[in-house]
Design a protein around this ligand. Structure first.
Ligand code: TMP
Length: 235
């Protein structure tokens, strides 16, 4: 069966239920808008397992997600949604593109988290936008942008507390939202070390995709440890 959609790290397939899709997590890893590519054995499995546990935790805290059910090692069943073409990034500490763009040392803590929007476009390299861009490009209405920001900050609070219980500092993350057929906006896509920067709370060791971006080695070891800690905190 051909996928309905294939992204850099996941594929989406239809199911017997028109409202439900199968989301397959791939072992492919890309960075810097796919300039850098690799395959990591078990990445799909690890990211699926971490996303599932994170979605279940978030749902318990009242955050609506597109999760329907766990299916198998690399597949989740998810609600069919229209993904808003706005990626929402929340930053608690300076890192990555923020540090590069602003010349701020990695690890500097923000007094209040920063929320950022970017246009989900591989062609353009996910450029930074604001709510005026989103309005004029018809990516999201001003009301939707306000909701995305509010929801992203709620998710940041819940996830930061949870990861702290796992001995992990949530440095920053990217999330995506989708609109269900009922018009509800829910958290979609994934929550994994591909999309979150996570540092060991004691040693500061990086345990996310920066190990791949920065050639630090032990990429899957980092993801495995994140899964172990998340699973333990969910016991
Ligand atoms: P950045 O510092 O490179 O802008 O990344 C911010 C966060 O967003 C970081 O946790 C990694 C994540 N991210 C993605 O999930 N996908 C992307 O395409 C990019 C650029 C970042």
């Amino acid at each position: 069966m051909d996928p309905l959609y294939e992204g850099k790290a996941k594929k989406l397939y239809s199911t017997d239920d028109s409202e439900v899709l199968r989301m397959e997590y791939k072992d492919d890893a890309t960075a810097f808008n796919a300039e850098k590519k690799a395959q990591f054995e078990n990445k799909g499995k690890l990211n699926k397992a971490i996303t599932l546990l994170m979605y279940q935790m978030l749902e318990e805290k009242g955050v609506a997600t597109h999760l329907v059910a766990d299916l198998d090692e690399v597949n989740l069943l998810v609600k069919r949604v229209d993904i808003l073409q706005v990626e929402v990034i929340v930053r608690n500490l300076a890192a990555g593109s923020f540090s590069k763009r602003m010349g701020v040392e990695e690890g500097a803590e923000f007094e209040i988290p920063i929320v950022e929007f970017s246009y989900k476009s591989d062609e353009l390299g996910d450029p930074l936008i604001n709510d005026d861009y989103a309005r004029e490009l018809k990516l999201a209405t001003p009301e939707e942008c306000a909701l995305l920001k509010k929801q992203a900050l709620v998710i940041n609070g819940v996830m930061s507390d949870f990861f702290m219980e796992c001995g992990l500092k949530l440095v920053d993350f990217k999330i995506e939202f989708g609109k269900t057929t009922d018009g509800e906006i829910v958290l979609a896509d994934e929550v994994s070390p591909d999309t979150c920067r996570l540092w060991d709370a004691t040693t500061g060791r990086k345990m996310d995709k920066d190990r791949f971006r920065q050639d630090l080695g032990g990429v899957m070891e980092g993801y495995e440890e994140v899964l172990e800690r998340v699973a333990k905190a969910r016991e």
